[in-house]
Design a protein around this ligand. Sequence first.
Ligand code: ADP
Ligand code: MG
Length: 693
Amino acid sequence: MSVAVTETLARMPVTTLKGVGAALAEKLYKLNIRSVQDLLFHLPRQYEDRSHVTPIGALRPGTTALVEGDVQLADVVLGRRRSLVVKVHDGTGLLTLRFYHFRLSQKDSLPRGTRLRVFGEARAGASGLEMYHPEYQVADEPLPPPPETLTPIYPVTEGVTQPRLRTLVTQALERLAREGLPDWLPPAAAQGWSLPAALRYVHAPPREADRRLLIEGRHPAQQRLAFEELVAHQVSMQKRRAEVQAQRAVALPLDPPLAREFLAQLPFPLTGAQRRVLNEIAADLHIPHPMLRLVQGDVGAGKTVVAALAACHALQAGYQVALMAPTEILAEQHAANFTRWFGALDIPVVSLLGKLGAKARREANEAIVSGSARLVIGTHALFQEEVRFHRLALVIIDEQHRFGVHQRLALKQKGIDGQTSPHQLIMTATPIPRTLAMSAYGDLDTSVIDELPPGRTPIQTLVIPNERRAEIVERIRAQCLTGRQAYWVCTLIEESEQLQAQAAEATFAELLVALPELRIGLVHGRLKAAEKSAVMQAFKDNELQLLVATTVIEVGVDVPNATLMVIENPERLGLAQLHQLRGRVGRGAQQSFCVLLYQTPLGHLGRERLSTMRDTTDGFRIAEKDLELRGPGEVLGTRQTGLLQFRLADLLRDAPLLPAVQVCARDLLARDPASADALLERWVASREHYAQV
Ligand code: ADP
Ligand code: MG
């Protein structure tokens, strides 16, 4: 690579383009467009064919087309909603354009006889064929010939229209032809497409281009760009990882006696997978740089014990450990377990929970800052400003996918006197398909606990329509009368805690009437922390036989005597989430059941998803299926999607590129770090900037 390669276009502000003043520049900034290069990498989402004029007489409802004609009449019509109606004819027929949002001056600008070029979708309307809010162009002079290219449709924002963007991109392409752009892809990845040629093609594909291929993002020119984008993304992950690893951490003992004592008091031996993963963790902790390790283990694989044993390494050496859980309920459950385990080993455990009063909270904070609290357990509240650790050496984050990356980063700042960063252990029960993990967690090492503790009987899953609800209620009665416990989970599409709570309240009321002989509890997100924990405790202590709940119990809750779970409206949830919920049962040796009580009618996709749940309990297979059916955003949870919003790349579609992408990124970073930075700036920098806000 010659140093002479310039990055002129990256340094050239959009204001150097014709027609871009400060006001427009500000709007473009909202689209992350600052330089001419940014404009070139603002890629179309869609393509339309406007390359030929369709006679109005040949239009059919449902077709999207370019037509040209003369205004016969433009009038504001008062109906249920005021609209501007423009009738256009071209000798072969008459077309009505209808605008609900318009300015009065718009009507005046369209006197009879005005020649128009119109693009839109024809529909069958009240007065024959109509187009609603079509794009149109008034021809003051003879119209230029229709474009010889397909028309790109860009992501836009308030005040930046499609035509505006198109003219700007056209200018940018002219600059590209003059200035060129540095290109860092190996020839094999470029597939014969130079960077300028690929950019020209995606912004202005010839009219005979395969539009379907383009819309799907599978054209070689696009694939070449997608490859580059994925490389940029990998570079950013690998850099972040290198940054963390350049920091210092305390080297912890490899084989602490405390861990042996801990194991001796456990009522069971570790599984082979637990042992293997612990060895991986121990080796990381022994190095004076921060560990950054993700442990994946299916529901019930026994991650908590692994977390506790990892903690022993730091505790042995006199350091503090923080354990963060995604929900109050889970934090509390961990606090109870760890207090029991470590109390016996004389290690003080402190929990920072929402239910603590001001005084208790202050005391907890004092214990943390003084270092007398050795193991600190809580929700993300742990990482608020006022919580200061004395000698924090290890952070354990349970059920990572519920947290954003920001929190992960925020934790780093809590090390010892700014001298070292804590080691980080991240646990997730949501199995992440490999391809996705590579991209979403490319900055982490991963371990997999791929073995369940022995003696578990696989859960049987039944898919049953809501019409048979009464039967299921009977089943709960029978099950609970034999001394077992059950969950009834109410779900809603809405994220609204309030609506969820209402649904659960209603079901609770219904079940109280239907099952008078059972002791039934209710837990949902609207309860106060103390109320929630009282209900959970009562369920754990087997004082409640049936627990009606919202998805607040989704992660981690461990009550082995619960052997039946009913999930209402399972069709509304993602497979990964269903898998999590279902994992609340089947935690003991008894046969457990999960009833998916769906609403009829169930669509094809819904049927397929529920049968997947019935047919397998393997979290990895379920995750693969979820990815296939719903895409990466859904699988990883919304918090993570910001990270995975690509301009062109699509993790699912482009998964086959990923191994080569990784190699290419590593290679570029090693060989030419300056170019790696420039690539990052081209594709990722502005988004990262957004993500940090
Ligand atoms: P998860 O991986 O879903 O967080 P937990 O850590 O909650 O799973 O463990 C599930 C249950 O399995 C707990 O009751 C735990 O005590 C038990 N368990 C963990 N490891 C083993 C093991 N090696 N043998 C038997 N039971 C185990
Ligand atoms: Mg767990």
